[in-house]
Design a protein around this ligand. Structure first.
Ligand SMILES: [Zn+2]
Length: 72
């Protein structure tokens, strides 16, 4: 099950909440600190590579039959 980071809009407390459904509205998430329903889901930044020169050797072994052997 997915866990989301939440930030309380009342006491600014940050916590993680296990959310059963990804469509659970934020106002159903209770702050464990002040028990208020003013949580805001934090958007986790996607993992991006920082200027990484990725040059993979394109060495494909052209030997053998292309995946999927089947006769008839
Ligand atoms: Zn709070």
């Amino acid at each position: 099950m997915p866990m989301f980071d939440y930030s309380c809009g009342k006491c600014n407390h940050e916590f993680e909440e296990l959310v059963i459904s990804s469509t659970t509205p934020d106002n159903e998430i209770q702050c464990p600190e002040c028990k208020e329903f003013q949580s805001n889901r934090q958007l986790s930044a996607p993992a991006v590579s920082v200027g990484y020169s990725d040059s993979s050797p394109s060495a494909s072994s052209g030997c053998g039959a292309p995946g999927g052997s089947g006769f008839g």
